[in-house]
Design a protein around this ligand. Structure first.
Ligand code: CTP
Ligand code: MG
Length: 234
């Protein structure tokens, strides 16, 4: 049997508006290096990942080259220009994936604390189920509300999962899901939603609460302290 070929698309072409920083949040320093370098390091080191499609803004190609790619010498990275939405950025990434890829995962550039074991489990589970997403059980009670701000109902927390990335799929399935959504003008907040639309089952891979997305300024403080704790355990 030929060896499995797995690509990861890393969308990093957002504006980072909620971060309120003068540069795209992915280039902010976390524990001594850019957030994006933390994310790339994990995938570069993971032996099951064959290529990394890094999606960035055209205006940020230079900063990305100089502050991340040049300094950390990634061998698997291919740079691609992003789009106006995360979905569009992932779609641009999909077009650059090696045609011989079997499995494609997407992982937010802004999630630097991803553990290799979760990547590996995602790939193994995707070989069985063709579509998986990493998530953690909801800790808070979640309520569904109406437009007037009143509670409509309270779903049973035992069946609520907060979704993270990686999200991992058979390459053909993810391509079909994105193409179909584009054709019909559907915009989703994650890739799995587009696959769910096709009626394909999506399996949950249980991840870690530490795999946070750096979104607002306090997330950087939380991420620093998680990394410090990890270092102590080494
Ligand atoms: N992303 C992207 N292209 C876009 C929008 C988002 O590649 N047009 C990426 C971001 O760079 C990020 C990931 O998708 O790594 C998750 O998005 P989010 O956390 O919302 O980042 P931003 O869109 O940059 O932040 P904000 O929504 O606060 O502006
Ligand atoms: Mg966004």
């Amino acid at each position: 049997m030929e060896r499995l070929f797995t690509s990861v698309i890393i969308p990093a072409a957002g504006q980072g508006r909620r971060m309120n920083a003068s540069i795209n949040k992915q280039y902010l320093t976390l524990s001594g290096k850019p957030i994006l370098a933390h994310t790339l390091d994990v995938f570069e080191r993971c032996p099951l990942i064959n290529e990394i499609i890094l999606v960035v803004n055209k205006e940020e190609f230079r900063i990305c080259q100089q502050q991340v790619l040049k300094l950390y010498h990634y061998k698997k990275v291919h740079l691609v220009e992003g789009g106006d939405t995360r979905q569009e950025s992932v779609y641009q990434g999909l077009k650059a994936v090696n045609p011989r890829a079997d499995i494609v995962m997407t992982h937010d550039g802004a999630r630097p604390i991803i553990q290799e074991s979760v990547i590996i489990e995602s790939i193994y589970e995707t070989m069985k189920h063709q579509a998986t997403v990493v998530g953690v059980p909801a800790k808070n009670t979640i309520k569904v509300i109406n437009v007037d701000g009143f509670v409509e109902h309270t779903p049973d927390r035992d069946y609520l999962v907060e979704i993270q990335t990686p999200q991992t799929f058979a390459f053909k399935l993810l391509r079909e899901a994105h193409e179909s959504a584009r054709k019909e003008g559907i915009e989703g907040t994650d890739d799995a939603f587009l696959v769910e639309r096709l009626g394909h089952p999506v399996k949950i891979v249980t991840g870690h609460y530490t795999n946070i997305k750096i979104t607002t300024p306090e997330d950087l403080i939380i991420a620093e302290s998680i990394i410090k704790r990890f270092d102590k355990n080494d």
